[in-house]
Design a protein. Structure first.
Length: 267
């Protein structure tokens, strides 16, 4: 079940911003465990190296490269490099994202533009390069990592991030339909409040630096009483790229402990 032997997977954002398990690090590790040949990329090569060390310690392999996925020329070169190294591209995981605070009135135009470039346009750029490769193969599976912020307000003003992640879901649906007859599937994993190293940075941006209060508040928002973790996201991504999900395209798996089904009110 869920074996990926013989598959080549490209995972963007494969590093973690701090000690512990980020979504990309867990996804790359899990795909390697399941037999995929994994090519992991990150804008921070040292973070990708840390992921490679973990994967190699388990007896698996991770090829890595540095790439700014908001740069079209770099992305084109990355996909070409992947095909040159491994001969094909079966799986693409678009796992980059970053949230900046602000409403339309308070967010500066350049911040808005960067939020859309990183959280939405980056997926267009990787797909622009990867889809012709997959189309020639007549097969491929793409998973875009979105966010429940694209479905509802989750307690903080982040209009650029929320709009981009909502756009990513519709981008995925439309593209999935366009390529369904060509053997290519595209879906989204939609994480809710997940306890990764990113939470500390969110506490600085949105919680006045009070990490413990931010963690407690996020746990309390979730009907299950706790945040998820990176493995919850990775397991959903693995299912969607596996052959067991061969009849699933143009949809989302929401991984949120019931958050979007609730009011999200604490107390």
């Amino acid at each position: 079940m869920l074996k990926l032997n013989g598959k080549v997977a490209l995972v963007t954002g494969c590093g973690s911003i701090g000690p512990g398990w980020g979504n990309g690090k867990a996804i790359a590790t899990l795909l390697a465990r399941q037999g995929a040949t994994v090519f992991g990329v990150d804008v921070n090569l040292a973070a990708a190296e840390a992921t490679r060390a973990v994967i190699e310690a388990e007896g698996n392999a991770l090829a890595i490269a540095a790439c700014d996925v908001t740069d079209g020329a770099q992305v084109d070169a990355l996909v070409a490099d992947c095909v040159a190294r491994f001969g094909r591209l079966d799986i693409l995981i678009n796992n980059v994202g970053q949230s900046e605070p602000g409403t339309p009135a308070t967010m500066e135009p350049d911040v808005w533009d960067r939020q859309l470039q990183l959280n939405l346009t980056s997926a267009y750029r990787t797909c622009h390069a990867a889809l012709p490769v997959m189309e020639a193969q007549r097969s491929g599976a793409i998973v875009n990592v979105s966010s429940v912020a694209g479905l509802r307000w989750v307690g903080k003003d982040q209009v650029g991030y929320a709009a981009a992640k909502a756009g990513l879901m519709q981008f995925s649906r439309v593209t999935a339909v366009a390529y369904a007859a060509k053997g290519i599937r595209m879906n989204c994993v939609v994480p809710g409040l997940v306890f990764t190293p990113l939470v500390r940075r969110l506490a600085d941006r949105y919680g006045g630096g009070d990490f413990e209060a931010m963690v407690a508040r996020r746990h309390a928002q979730v009907p299950m009483g706790r945040m998820g973790d990176a493995w919850d996201v990775a397991n959903a991504a693995l299912f969607l790229v596996s052959d067991e999900a061969r009849y699933i395209t143009g949809t989302e798996i929401v991984v949120d402990g019931g958050l979007t089904a609730s009011t999200g009110v604490v107390g």
